[in-house]
Design a protein around this ligand. Structure first.
Ligand SMILES: *Cc1c(COP(=O)(O)O)cnc(C)c1O
Length: 389
């Protein structure tokens, strides 16, 4: 048993055994198409999908028919922003978002700009927090929507969702939130938080990959971005991924019943982990908001360390520099830049993501290995510095 210790739960999470068990029959005995109306295979698949839809809706306080199943949060975000833009433009052609959003939001905004829409990207403070008053000031009579993520995937900062929702509601502007990282552990209620659209993803909450959902408040119109058989009440065509939807439903109901307990345990582990590192090493900065943050996240800057080299040296710990989603493009993280990190701090930052299955033993071993790895690299750096004289 020498698997690396998994501390990259922001990139993806392990499928919970209870989720997998619920999915399996839908690959084998119950393989019907949920749109087949003429036989029992179809009816069973459809019933399973509708049950899952209720569980996913329940997690965020929505109604069942406000949930559209997609292939993941990237697709949900594309459907939300492009679908609204198409429904509202050209009369309303302005969108407000923030600089620390996931690339799925930022790249979609770039695409909308290419198509003639205008986008305001609000800055964040040094903790990664968006000021709700800045959202208020950015809204014009042309604004059709505001999109602000509920929890950041690199530094874990939680947005003041309720305040932003109140502002949007009072200005008659639609509010979309990317809740992909928040859904597993942060209680969300679309009604009290004033959320009109919300994106989430199965694989960030102990469900399978390739399944996600977009909540669209009843009465809000989004233009489908995928045309075909008119599935999902015309909002997203394509044969439903029944096993994944069933798994996502279980993952959502587990998040509803266990998410807050998970958060408390994971938070204690995370604090233990950071304390162990800080007792073994100096020159560590914790990024993100000190209080308003995900329990699962520790974004740490190690003075005098190159994250990439640390990861190569400490292969027994699976961690990430910046965000895994942007490893296709090697530039330093836009989120770390946005909170003011520069130069060595940018390349010396590691993101740790704990999860439901992280154990105390793993945390203690990982901390030990990291202290050793950091000390080794700093030692080496000093030797190089001395011998180069
Ligand atoms: C992972 C992630 C996404 C993309 O989700 P997929 O389901 O992988 O497409 C979007 N936003 C945030 C904040 C994420 O962490």
């Amino acid at each position: 048993m020498n698997h690396p210790i998994y501390l990259d739960n922001h990139a993806t999470t392990r499928v919970d055994d209870r989720v997998l068990a619920a999915m399996l029959p839908y690959f084998t005995e119950q393989y019907g198409n949920a749109s087949s109306r003429q036989h029992e295979y179809g009816w069973i698949a459809e019933a399973a999908v509708e049950h899952a839809r209720g569980d996913v809706a329940g997690l965020v306080g929505a109604d069942k028919d406000e949930i559209v199943f997609t292939s993941g949060a990237t697709e949900s975000i594309n459907l939300a922003l492009k679908g609204l833009a198409e429904a509202c433009g050209p009369r309303k052609n302005h969108l407000v978002t923030s600089v620390t959003e996931h690339r799925a939001v930022l790249d979609t905004c770039d695409r909308l700009e290419d198509a003639g829409f205008s986008v305001t990207r609000l800055p964040v403070d040094r903790f990664g927090m968006v000021d709700p008053e800045a959202v208020r000031s950015a809204i014009t009579e042309k604004t059709f929507a505001v999109s602000i993520m509920a929890a950041n995937n690199e530094i874990g900062t939680l947005a003041p969702v309720r305040s932003i929702g109140d502002i949007c509601r009072s200005r008659g502007v639609l509010f979309h939130t990317d809740a992909t990282q928040a859904a597993a552990t942060i209680p969300l209620d679309v009604h009290t938080m004033g959320i009109d659209l919300l994106s989430m993803s199965g694989h960030k909450m102990y469900g399978p990959k390739g399944i996600g959902a977009l909540y669209v408040r009843n009465g809000v119109r989004v233009i489908a971005q995928m045309d075909g058989g008119g599935h999902e009440r015309g909002r997203r065509s394509g044969t439903l991924n029944v096993p994944a939807i069933v798994g996502f439903g279980i993952a959502a109901s587990l998040a509803a019943s266990e998410g807050q307990r998970d958060a408390a345990c994971i938070c204690a582990l995370r604090d233990h982990f950071v304390a162990l590192l800080q007792s073994g090493l100096d020159g560590i900065t914790v990024n993100g908001h000190p209080v308003e943050r995900l329990a699962t996240n520790a974004s740490l800057t190690f003075e005098g360390v190159k994250a990439d080299r640390l990861m190569m040296a400490v292969k027994r710990v699976a961690m990430s520099s910046g965000s895994a989603c942007s490893t296709a493009s090697p530039e330093p993280s836009h989120v770390l830049r946005a909170i003011g990190l520069k130069g060595d701090a940018l390349i010396g930052t590691v993101r740790f993501g704990l999860g439901r299955f992280t154990t105390t033993e793993e945390i203690e071993t990982a901390a030990e290995l990291l202290v050793e790895g950091v000390n080794h690299q700093r030692e080496h750096q000093r030797t190089v510095a001395v011998t180069s004289f």
